[in-house]
Design a protein around this ligand. Structure first.
Ligand SMILES: NC(=O)c1ccc[n+]([C@@H]2O[C@H](COP(=O)([O-])OP(=O)(O)OC[C@H]3O[C@@H](n4cnc5c(N)ncnc54)[C@H](O)[C@@H]3O)[C@@H](O)[C@H]2O)c1
Length: 273
């Protein structure tokens, strides 16, 4: 521990994960911020998942609280911020992690209700939690908001259609909050991971037929990523830690790829047929 978040109060929305030998992004972010000295409110829709993250942080000597909320509900988005403020006395850092893609499909097959569900959970929620936290940060004289987007927000094609569009919206919300609230010392950045080996990615990418199994996903990492491996949840968490900390005090409105160099190979695309 190097105390890079000492004295900070952080809210991580989507801080749980399914039980697995692999670490998910939300738990990795919550535990790393706590290891670096932050008090953490771990928010998840699933009470057992939130409790497991809190248990891990406390076992490591940190301070954490579980909050149960469904970010698909506008009321819950406001309540989770208010509850976190009530428990910790303020909020210095908000990290929005939740996103879904299990109901996505290509543009010709996607159902209208599922488009709306993904826009509500992936995009509207980020606006609503950020809107709720800004007045608190304004009163405190500043803070940081970090949104987990995806490299897929810059790409198109295939069955992750509404997911990619919702994440492009996340990037736009990030720019908007960064510019509007910079005068109050509030920074807002987005992290754009490429494929990261997490329980969620294995489940999602196999369901969408993008890879048949975990072995193939890992193999693709070494074939298509210049650094020769899949990313991990800790790669994402380390980037979140940096942009959330005072070390990034002059950094706002950025889209930060965490991609092993994947963006740098634009132009070497090959058609499959
Ligand atoms: N894993 C990847 O390869 C990858 C790549 C790029 C971007 N991302 C982004 O990372 C984030 C998720 O990370 P992950 O894949 O490790 O998942 P994760 O393991 O961090 O899971 C996130 C948590 O969100 C919770 N959740 C789901 N819907 C919710 C809701 N409506 N309200 C409250 N909580 C809810 C789940 O219960 C789960 O515990 C997403 O924003 C995703 O788009 C992931």
């Amino acid at each position: 521990m190097t105390d890079r978040m000492k004295g900070k109060r952080a809210v991580v929305v989507g801080a749980g994960q399914p039980e697995s030998d692999l670490l998910g992004n939300g738990r990795a972010i919550a535990t790393l911020l706590a290891r670096e000295g932050a008090e953490v409110c771990a928010v998840d829709r699933d009470p057992d998942r939130a409790a497991a993250t809190v248990k891990q942080i406390i076992a490591e000597g940190g301070k954490a609280h579980a909050i149960i909320a469904d970010v698909g509900s506008p009321e819950d988005c406001a309540r989770l911020i208010e509850e976190s403020r009530g428990i910790m006395g303020g909020i210095d850092t908000l990290v929005n992690v939740v996103a879904i893609n299990h109901v996505d499909a290509d543009p010709l097959k996607l159902e209208v209700a599922n488009w709306q569900l993904m826009m509500d959970v992936n995009l509207r929620a980020i606006w609503l939690t950020s809107r709720a936290v800004v007045p608190i940060m304004q009163k405190q004289g500043g803070g940081s908001i970090t949104n987990i987007s995806t490299l897929g927000s810059r790409t198109g094609g295939g069955s992750l259609f509404a997911y990619s569009i919702s994440k492009a919206g996340v990037n736009a919300v990030t720019h908007s909050f960064a510019v509007s609230y910079a005068p109050f010392g509030i920074r807002c950045n987005a992290i754009l991971p490429s494929w990261v080996l997490t329980p969620h990615s294995i489940e999602g990418l196999t369901r969408h037929g993008i890879v048949p199994n975990r072995d193939e996903l890992e193999a693709r990492g070494s074939r298509f990523v210049p650094l020769g491996r899949m990313g991990s949840a800790m790669d994402v968490a380390n980037a979140v830690l940096f942009v959330s900390s005072d070390e990034a005090g002059f950094i706002t409105g950025l889209e930060v790829p965490v991609d092993g160099g994947a963006l740098a190979i634009i132009g070497r695309y090959e058609r499959k047929d």
